[in-house]
Design a protein around this ligand. Structure first.
Ligand code: B12
Ligand code: SF4
Ligand code: SF4
Length: 393
C-alpha cells in the first residue's frame, strides 16, 4: 500500500510539472549550524525575515509549522535553461543596449503557479489516502531550509555555488515542499558531492561572494543586489553587476552539470515572455509606473518594484558604456520621479564620462533638490573623492 501510494503521488506530481520527487523526515535540517553561523555573520543583509526567532525555530523544527508532520515531500520543477555565458566587456557587447534577467524570472511568477499545483497535489494525497491528511506547502517563501531538505530527500547535492544540483538535470529548477501528517518511507540522502576539484563557479562569480562552506555572502551577490536590496547599491559593487537587471545566473551558467544536462526548455508555464529575457534598456528606462505594472503583472520582477528595476537598468547602462544612450539617460535624469533611480542614472553618466555627460550632471546639480541624488551627482562629477563627502566640503 505504501509503495502504491508513493507511486501514485509521484505520477500526480509529474503530471503537475514536478519532475523530481523525494521524501524526507521532519528532523532538523542536516546543516542547521551552517545556517546559524551564516546569520551570525549578518550575511543575509536586509533579508531580516530569515533571522527572526520564529522563522529560525520553524526552520530548525518543521513540527513548529505542523505539529502532526511525519514526512516532507520535496519537489523540483524545471525552468528554461539560459544560454551559455557571454563574457561581459563594456562597450563591446553585440547587445550593447540590452540587459539580462535570470532565467527563472523570464515568465510567470513561479510562486503563484507552483502554489496552485501544490494545493492540487495536497488535495490529491488526501483523496488517495481516503483519510484526513493535514498538510502545509511552501515554495521559496516559507520558513523551510529547502536546499538542505532536498539534499536529504535524495534530489541532488549542494554545489560549491550553493545551488542544489540534480545529477542528470543540473540546477535550473525550483524547489517546493509539502509537509504531511502521514508517514511515508523516506529516501536516502544524496550520497555524493559531484563538484570534485572543479572551481568554475568560484572563478566566474563577478563579486567573489561564494564562500568556502557552500554559502554565499548574500550582501555581495548580484541576485540580492538587484532583487532584495531596496536602497542604493553599494558603489564599489555596481561595476561588477555588468548588464544583469534582475537576478544573476553566472555561477549556474558555467557549471559543467548545466552545460552538460540542462534542458533548453523547462516547464512551459514559465516560458519567456516577449522582451523580458534581454530587455531593451533605453525602453525600460522610460517605463511609467502604469507601463511597468502592465509589463510585469504576474512576473517575479514585480518584487523589485519599478524603482528597484529601473535602478538596475541605470547601473547596466553605466556598465555597458555606450554613448548612444546619453540622450535618453540625460532626459531621464531630468524627468524620473524616483530619487533612487535618478541617483543611479547620475552614477551611470559619471561612469560613461565625456563632456556631454559632465555638462548634464552639472546642470542637474543646479536644479536637483534631493540630498541623496545630489550626493550621487557630486560623486559622479568627482570620481576620485569618497561618495560620503558632502557637496561643498
Ligand atoms: C535567501 C535566498 C536567496 C539569497 C541568498 C542565497 C544563498 N545562497 O544563501 C539570494 C537573494 C542571494 C538568492 C539568490 C538565488 N536564489 Co535563492 N533563495 C533564498 C531562500 C529564500 C533562502 C536560502 C537560505 O536560507 N540561504 C542561507 C544559506 C545558509 O542556506 P542555503 O543556501 O539553503 O544553504 C544550505 C546548504 O547549502 C547547506 N550546506 C552548507 N554546507 C553544506 C555542505 C554539504 C556537503 C551539504 C550537503 C549542504 C551544505 O547548509 C545551508 C543551510 O542549510 C531559498 C528558499 C528557501 N526557503 O530555502 C531560495 C532558493 C535557495 N533560491 C533559489 C534560486 C533559484 C536562486 C537564484 C538561482 C535566483 C537567480 N538566478 O538570481 C539565485 C542563486 C544564487 C546562489 N548561487 O545561491 C532556489 C534554488 C533552487 C536550487 N536548484 O538550488 C531556492 C531554493 C528557491 C526555490 N524554492 O526554488 N537566494
Ligand atoms: S548569482 Fe551571480 S553574484 Fe551571486 S553567487 Fe552566483 S555568480 Fe556570484
Ligand atoms: S561550477 Fe563546478 S564547483 Fe561550481 S557548482 Fe558546478 S560543479 Fe560544483
Amino acid at each position: 500500500m505504501a509503495e502504491a501510494l508513493r507511486l501514485a503521488i509521484e505520477e500526480e506530481a509529474r503530471r503537475l510539472g514536478f519532475h523530481w520527487v523525494g521524501i524526507t523526515t521532519p528532523e532538523a535540517p542536516p546543516h542547521w549550524t551552517t545556517y546559524e553561523a551564516w546569520l551570525r555573520e549578518g550575511r543575509q543583509g536586509e533579508m531580516a525575515y530569515l533571522a527572526s526567532d520564529r522563522a529560525r525555530q520553524r526552520r530548525l523544527d518543521p513540527r513548529q509549522i505542523l505539529p502532526e508532520c511525519r514526512s516532507i515531500l520535496v519537489l523540483g520543477a524545471p525552468y528554461d535553461a539560459p544560454q551559455k555565458p557571454e563574457r561581459f566587456e563594456p562597450g563591446s557587447s553585440p547587445h550593447a543596449l540590452h540587459g539580462k534577467l535570470a532565467a527563472y524570472a523570464w515568465g510567470e511568477d513561479y510562486h503563484e503557479i507552483l502554489g496552485d499545483r501544490l494545493r492540487i497535489l495536497s488535495n490529491y494525497i488526501e483523496t488517495k489516502t481516503g483519510a484526513s491528511v493535514l498538510s502545509r506547502w511552501y515554495t521559496d517563501t516559507g520558513p523551510v531550509l529547502e536546499r538542505d531538505l532536498a539534499q536529504r530527500a535524495g534530489l541532488g547535492w549542494i554545489g560549491k555555488n550553493t545551488c542544489l544540483i540534480h545529477p542528470t538535470q543540473g540546477s535550473y529548477f525550483l524547489l517546493a515542499e509539502i509537509l504531511l501528517s502521514i508517514e511515508l518511507e523516506p529516501d536516502q540522502p544524496f550520497p555524493h558531492d559531484r563538484c570534485g576539484s572543479c572551481t568554475r563557479c568560484l572563478e566566474a562569480c563577478p563579486t567573489a561572494c561564494i564562500l568556502p562552506d557552500r554559502t554565499l555572502d548574500a550582501r555581495r551577490c548580484i541576485s540580492y543586489l538587484t532583487i532584495e536590496l531596496k536602497g542604493a547599491i553599494p558603489v564599489e559593487l555596481r561595476p561588477q553587476i555588468g548588464d544583469w537587471v534582475f537576478g544573476c545566473d553566472i555561477c549556474q551558467q558555467v557549471c559543467p552539470w548545466n552545460l552538460r544536462f540542462a534542458a533548453a526548455h523547462g516547464d512551459p508555464a514559465f516560458s519567456p515572455r516577449p522582451d523580458v529575457p534581454r530587455p531593451d534598456l533605453l525602453a525600460e528606462l522610460g517605463l511609467s509606473p502604469e507601463q511597468f505594472n502592465r509589463k510585469f503583472k504576474g512576473s517575479p520582477v514585480k518584487r523589485a518594484k519599478r524603482r528597484g528595476y529601473l535602478r538596475n537598468v541605470a547601473v547596466a547602462l553605466g556598465n555597458l558604456g555606450d554613448e548612444t544612450a546619453l540622450p535618453v539617460m540625460i532626459q531621464a535624469l531630468g524627468s524620473e520621479p524616483e530619487p533612487l533611480v535618478r541617483g543611479h542614472i547620475a552614477w551611470a553618466l559619471g561612469r560613461l564620462g565625456g563632456e556631454t555627460a559632465q555638462l548634464a550632471l552639472q546642470q542637474a546639480a543646479q536644479i536637483e533638490k534631493d540630498a541623496y541624488v545630489l550626493t550621487e551627482i557630486w560623486s559622479a562629477l568627482n570620481p576620485a573623492m569618497p561618495a560620503s563627502t558632502p557637496p561643498g566640503d
